[in-house]
Ligand binder design. Structure first.
Ligand code: DGL
Length: 264
């Protein structure tokens, strides 16, 4: 038994979508969410910068009674998970492998479009994982950089035009799209409406499964009578996080925090 927090990290609002699912699935667990909107967008940052952010956040979480970290950010998972694990000795898991494994459960996928941030695409590691786990699948990978900014700023009028700009050219070449950035599933319905003939993959269900497995494997499940606590911490502006998520995240019963993490 361990009533420490499950840490969930992202650069901003994207990971709240995952937190939503976890909070419902694990009613006894304490959660500590960090939205690092001080350093947003991660997709425009170098590997060194991302490692530095990741290590800083992991150390902070560990010092604040966190028992396990789920990185709800593809960019951070691909660029910083090894550095985070080297510096902080609590279990830390990323979002990329679970997403791919979820997609591979669908045997009809022969050709896929991966859309993600620039740092994710440029790292080439997502495609490496895809080739390793599903070698027979043909992969197109495209960076869609503005989408994160529009989702953070809650600008729905720009979603369709931006999605079409990047995806239209591939819609007849693929069987599905991987939303390889945690911000994108928040606007999944836009993808579904534009491309009803394509399957759209994200990591919500897989992160739930991962969390379940890793709590058990590490023997750190919370006690059944734990009166749970949910903390949402924005490294810069909690209002910005709330504004961008008001339409899908319910802040009832959450403790809000802002600033106070030094990245010096
Ligand atoms: N949500 C993040 C991801 O999954 C990154 C967004 C950003 O800060 O660029 O990659």
């Amino acid at each position: 038994m361990n009533n420490g927090y499950i840490g969930v990290v992202d650069s901003g609002v994207g990971g709240l979508d995952i937190l939503n699912v976890l909070v419902k699935a694990f009613p006894n667990e304490n959660f500590y969410y960090i939205g690092d909107n001080l350093n947003l967008p991660y997709g425009a940052k170098s590997k060194e910068q991302l490692e530095h952010y990741g290590i800083t956040l992991a150390k902070y979480l560990k010092n604040n009674n966190t028992k396990m970290i789920l990185i709800a950010c593809n960019t951070l998972s691909l660029n910083a998970i090894h550095a985070m694990r080297m510096h902080v000795d609590i279990p830390i898991y990323g979002i990329v492998r679970p997403t791919i494994k979820g997609m591979l459960n669908d045997n009809d996928i022969k050709s896929i479009l991966l859309i993600a941030t620039r740092a994710t695409i440029n790292s080439h590691r997502y495609v490496d994982f895809l080739n390793e786990l599903g070698p027979e699948i043909n992969v197109y990978d495209v960076a869609t950089p503005e989408l994160v900014d529009y989702i953070e700023a809650n600008k729905p009028e720009l979603y369709n035009v931006t999605i079409k700009k990047y995806v239209d050219a591939y819609q007849d070449k693929v069987d599905g799209i991987i939303l390889g950035c945690t911000h994108y599933p928040i606007i999944k319905d836009y993808f579904k409406k534009l491309y009803p003939h394509l399957k759209i993959f994200d990591a919500r269900e897989q992160m739930k499964q991962l969390c379940f497995e890793k709590l058990k494997e590490n023997n750190i499940v919370a006690s059944a009578n734990n009166k749970r606590e949910i903390i949402i911490h924005a490294t810069k502006s909690i209002i910005q996080l709330q504004n961008a998520s008001a339409h899908f995240f319910n802040y009832q019963d959450t403790i809000l925090k802002e600033g106070g993490i030094s990245f010096e």
